[in-house]
Write a protein that binds this ligand. Structure first.
Ligand SMILES: [Ca+2]
Ligand SMILES: [Ca+2]
Ligand SMILES: [Ca+2]
Length: 401
């Protein structure tokens, strides 16, 4: 023990108090947890709410240095570009450069979402995550969505609490995430983290594998290549730039989320086109089906069937919502008992829309009827509003009968 420790402690306490006062008075408000909903369309760099990482790299596992010039905005899409321009001298000593975009504020319990088309290739990682940094005497808290370029049909869900990870789960997507945009989300609360793909719940953690994160984090996206990292697989630069694409990023605080998360809509499947030969009743998490030339289930034929989805929908925002059906063949949609789409016709996959005013947090009746006559069978239900980027109507806002 060393004499004077108490004095030192007092001095440290005084210094800490001074620092906190300084922080409260001087630092911009963005540096504090801001549990305010946002929708970022990624049309252009948003210096008010985001920062572009520039002039540094992460640890030795990362093969890239972050450069602002590697974050591009075109036609409403943000691209993160991985290349070797000016490297390693101009790339923080790394062999490659890439882009990272992050909120200035930290966000707490709520739902983090992004619409992403990932980069394909061994060694690459396309991500959406929250990151607290080392705060309040703890190591970092983090919640991750990572899609590895070595297999873009899988998503890796993970979380870190006080620097402790090892909570990774591999989720089969059922599609190739490098071939098109899809919605990825996680919802974080004191008692769970839930991961969603295109609105469907795909994984839940409850803390049974280790305490859940508690510290608000910046919402970040990046594209990087591993450096000698077995986890990412080996990376070989193909000689031309690689890009990951982001259409939007969205955050909804817990206070704006349904207190009773929805589970989907009641679905009745009929083996004819006029809803008289009922084969099955189930709950569908979302309406996002492409059965191709096949049938919805083995007990039904490939053609001449119909499906009726019913239940409630609970919007996040007040205002005009547009609903869209994309169907092959016919579809008709009622919201709040109003028929807003009426296309009960044979058609190749076609999108139709209808608009209705809704109030945030209210539950409205919804009914979607659909039939397939022959050949391809597709049924999808989307929504959008001024505040809501177009997406498959997500499971957490749909309620069965
Ligand atoms: Ca966009
Ligand atoms: Ca068919
Ligand atoms: Ca058809």
């Amino acid at each position: 023990m060393v004499k004077g420790i108490n004095t030192n402690r007092k001095q440290i306490k005084r210094l800490l108090a001074f620092c906190m006062l300084f922080a409260v008075l001087v630092l911009p408000k963005q540096s504090y947890a801001a549990d305010v909903a946002f929708y970022e369309p990624l049309n252009a760099v948003n210096n008010n709410s985001f920062y572009v990482s520039d002039g540094w790299g992460n640890g030795s596992d990362f093969g890239v240095g972050w450069k602002a010039s590697n974050v591009e905005f075109n036609n409403g899409i943000m691209a993160l570009r991985l290349d070797d321009v000016g490297c390693p001298g101009g790339c923080s000593g790394k062999s490659f450069a890439s882009g990272e975009y992050a909120t200035k504020a930290k966000y707490g319990y709520g739902r983090v979402e992004g619409r992403i088309k990932v980069a394909k290739g061994s060694g690459l990682v396309t991500s959406l995550f929250t990151y607290s940094g080392e705060t309040a005497g703890t190591a970092n808290d983090e919640i991750d969505i990572e899609i590895l370029g070595k297999d873009t049909t899988k998503l890796e869900a993970n979380y870190f609490t006080n620097g402790v990870g090892d909570h990774s789960t591999i989720i089969n997507l059922g599609f190739d995430a490098s071939q098109g945009f899809h919605d990825y989300a996680f919802e974080w609360s004191p008692t769970y983290i839930k991961w969603f793909v295109d609105g469907n719940l795909v994984h839940t953690e409850t803390g049974s594998r280790g305490p859940l994160p508690t510290h608000p984090g910046e919402i970040e996206v990046n594209l990087w290549s591993g450096a000698g990292n077995v986890w990412t697989g080996p990376f070989t630069y193909p000689g031309t730039p690689i890009r990951a694409y982001y259409d939007w990023i969205k955050y909804t605080p817990a206070s704006d989320l349904p207190t009773d998360d929805g589970t989907g809509l009641t679905a009745k499947y009929y083996d004819n086109m006029n809803f008289t030969s009922l084969k099955a009743t189930r709950t569908d998490a979302t309406v996002n089906f492409d059965w191709g030339m096949g049938s919805p289930m083995p007990s039904m034929g490939m053609d001449e069937f119909s499906v009726r989805w019913t239940g409630k929908v609970k919007p996040q925002y007040t205002g005009a919502y547009t609903f869209y059906t994309s169907s092959d063949d016919g579809a008709r949609l009622w919201v709040n008992n109003q028929l807003i789409i009426d296309k009960w016709i044979d058609q190749a996959e076609t999108e139709w829309s209808g608009t209705i005013n809704l109030t945030a947090g209210q539950k409205y009746d919804i009914k979607l009827e659909y039939y397939d006559n022959n050949e391809d069978a597709i049924a999808k239900l989307y929504w959008s509003s001024a505040s809501q980027p177009k997406q498959i109507v997500p499971q957490n806002r749909l309620y069965p009968n």
